[in-house]
Design a protein around this ligand. Structure first.
Ligand code: ATP
Ligand code: MG
Length: 423
């Protein structure tokens, strides 16, 4: 036998046994986004590399070492598998002039790609739900985003998620803070790891986002951005906190929360759980007022957030919310030439009436067909043999209940539909 071809490391299959959880999640998200008046947008998975370099920032983990970038050999273009959705969404909004009639509330979902070390909660293809509000200055919209998240956690039956917020201030405030931070880092140059040494001058704020345990004490003692916040950002941040209190949403201010992407300013936030080990951030976002202009659009304020679907599904599994499996209503067994042909019509008619019907294919004895029916999880079996064909009647048998209740009934097709729907 030929050697099997394996999937790519860090890129997972979602198998049928798990797929119903994804379906439940996606359905819940669709209803939730609609409840807040967000419209769906779908962007391509491939973009020009330049888009991410200009938006996410040259000196970030993502752009420096996590992007799947390659040259399109047919025309020489540098392309990248999207590592996140905001840049693509903003590009699409600019390209199609979507803000012309006014601000837009948008959401999307789909796979993202980052060449990271695969581990629990960290994959090379993973999925995000992204929400973006473009043309809104805040802080009311920032509050809306956080309130939205809190509702989704409730809709999903999720617990054990806490909220951290911070403000990164205006570009000017960050520049002032940057100077202070660089001199602090220079004083402690000897204690910095290689990443931090390299970034100390190119992107010092990113040093605060270090995941290295050895760096945490140094990061904790660094000067705080909150002390340099500009007036506008400080007021917006205070107003946001008032809205959150009014909405009964608990939060803590984490002055070291900086986010790993360069385009953020003003309010940023993360939803974190302690139930998933090191990969505990399930949702993250904030304002990115400069991004539209940065990638060539008319300046417009904006904010948004993205959730990691795999991490949220893991948390749903962890906290034990029961999600119903998707099982067919009825399994149609058939034997004999006439019943074979009739079975196809019966199954279609069952589907016409709104039922999910699996038609047995591949022949075999009724006994072996009944085993398939049981394995399918269907609640009912419809049995078509020579007798049924002769009488133009179907035999209906309830599956998955105690044996004594399982006697078979001979009924017409409309009666069968009624029986199956009644349970
Ligand atoms: P982390 O700090 O965990 O690397 P990040 O700051 O790089 O996350 P964002 O770019 O803000 O993450 O993406 C938003 C969310 O997408 C994250 O909070 C996380 O839930 C999820 N996510 C990011 N990278 C991965 C990945 N490689 N595998 C699975 N989920 C991911
Ligand atoms: Mg990351």
């Amino acid at each position: 036998m030929a050697k099997t071809v394996q999937g790519v490391r860090g890129m997972n299959d979602v198998l049928p046994a798990e797929a119903h959880r994804w379906a439940f999640f996606e359905e819940t998200v669709r209803r939730w986004a609609h409840a807040y008046g967000y419209q769906s947008i779908r962007m391509p998975i491939l973009e020009r590399t330049e888009l991410f370099v200009r938006s996410i920032g040259e000196v970030t983990d993502i752009v420096e070492k996590e992007m799947y970038t390659f040259k399109d050999e047919l025309n020489g273009e540098q392309l990248t598998l999207r590592p996140e959705g905001t840049a693509s969404c903003v590009r699409a909004v600019i390209e199609h002039n979507l803000l012309y009639p006014g601000p837009q509330r948008l959401w999307y979902q789909g796979p993202m790609f980052r060449h990271e070390r695969p581990q629990k909660g960290r994959y090379r293809q993973f999925h995000q739900i992204g929400v973006e509000a473009l043309g809104f200055a805040g802080p009311d919209i920032d509050a809306e985003h956080i309130v939205m998240c809190a509702r989704l956690w409730r809709d999903l039956g999720l617990k054990y998620i806490r909220l951290e917020i911070n403000s990164l201030g205006s570009a000017d405030a960050r520049a002032r803070y940057r100077t202070k931070l660089v001199s602090y880092l220079e004083q402690h140059a000897g204690e910095l790891d290689a990443d931090a040494q390299r970034r100390m001058h190119s992107n010092p704020l990113r040093v605060l986002d270090s995941k290295n345990p050895q760096m945490q004490a140094l990061v904790a003692a660094a000067p705080k951005l909150a002390d340099d916040l500009d007036e506008v950002s400080a007021q917006a941040f205070t107003a946001l906190q008032a809205s959150l209190r009014a909405a009964d949403i608990e939060f803590s201010v984490n002055p070291r929360l900086v986010r790993g992407l360069d385009y953020y300013n003003g309010t940023v936030f993360e939803w974190i759980t302690d139930r998933l080990g090191a990969q505990g951030t399930v949702c993250a976002g904030g304002r990115y007022d400069g991004l539209m202009e940065q990638i060539g659009g008319k300046p417009a304020p904006a904010c948004g957030f993205a959730m990691g679907v795999e991490r949220l599904l893991a948390l749903i599994a962890e906290t034990g919310v029961a999600i119903a499996e998707q099982i067919p209503d009825v399994y149609v067994l058939r034997q004999g030439e006439a019943a074979l042909a009739w079975g196809e019509q019966v199954a279609e008619q069952l589907r016409d009436s709104g039922l999910s019907a699996v038609l047995h294919c591949g022949g075999g004895s009724f006994k072996s067909q009944m085993k398939r029916a049981d394995d399918s999880g269907a609640r009912y079996a419809v049995i078509l043999g020579e007798d049924e064909v002769a009488a133009t009647m179907l035999s209906v048998k309830a599956l998955r209940i105690q044996a004594r209740q399982q006697e078979q009934r001979r009924v017409t097709l409309p009666e069968a539909c009624e029986i199956i729907k009644s349970r």
